[in-house]
Ligand binder design. Structure first.
Ligand code: NI
Length: 128
């Protein structure tokens, strides 16, 4: 069979830590990532790429210099390339991100929250 279905909820169950993206799958040269968010990120810009947020659970505020966008479960928002933004999660948020492979989560800002994309562990059934 060609490939396997991936489960977003199962992938999110495997996520440990906040602001740490894990690669769920890829489409062409884009990564589809799952991430849990809590607290405030850093203001940053991705000069060369848009960034897609799809909220799975919780409510995520995308702070923009001209106002906030609040996303609930099932909501999708694209931050255009070059637009400064700072995500904020007042409660735990589970989200899916879509952006080109190699995109740095903190964009041009860098700092302690910069994280490389991690691969999800292969989930196997119980032995026997
Ligand atoms: Ni960003």
């Amino acid at each position: 069979m060609t490939g396997e279905a991936r489960s977003i909820p199962a992938a999110l169950d495997a996520v440990t830590g906040y602001w740490q993206p894990y690669r769920l799958t890829s489409v062409n040269d884009y990564d589809v990532k799952v991430v849990k968010l809590r607290g405030e990120f850093v203001w940053h810009t991705h000069p060369d790429t848009d960034e897609l947020f799809l909220v799975h659970a919780g409510h995520l505020v995308i702070q923009l210099r001209d106002g906030d966008v609040t996303l609930g479960p099932g909501d999708v928002y694209v931050v255009p390339a070059g637009v400064e933004h700072c995500p904020r999660a007042d409660e735990e948020v589970a989200a899916v991100l879509v952006e080109p492979r190699g995109t740095v989560n903190t964009g041009d800002a860098g700092g302690d929250l910069t994280a490389v994309v991690r691969e999800l562990e292969e989930r196997r059934g119980p032995p026997g």
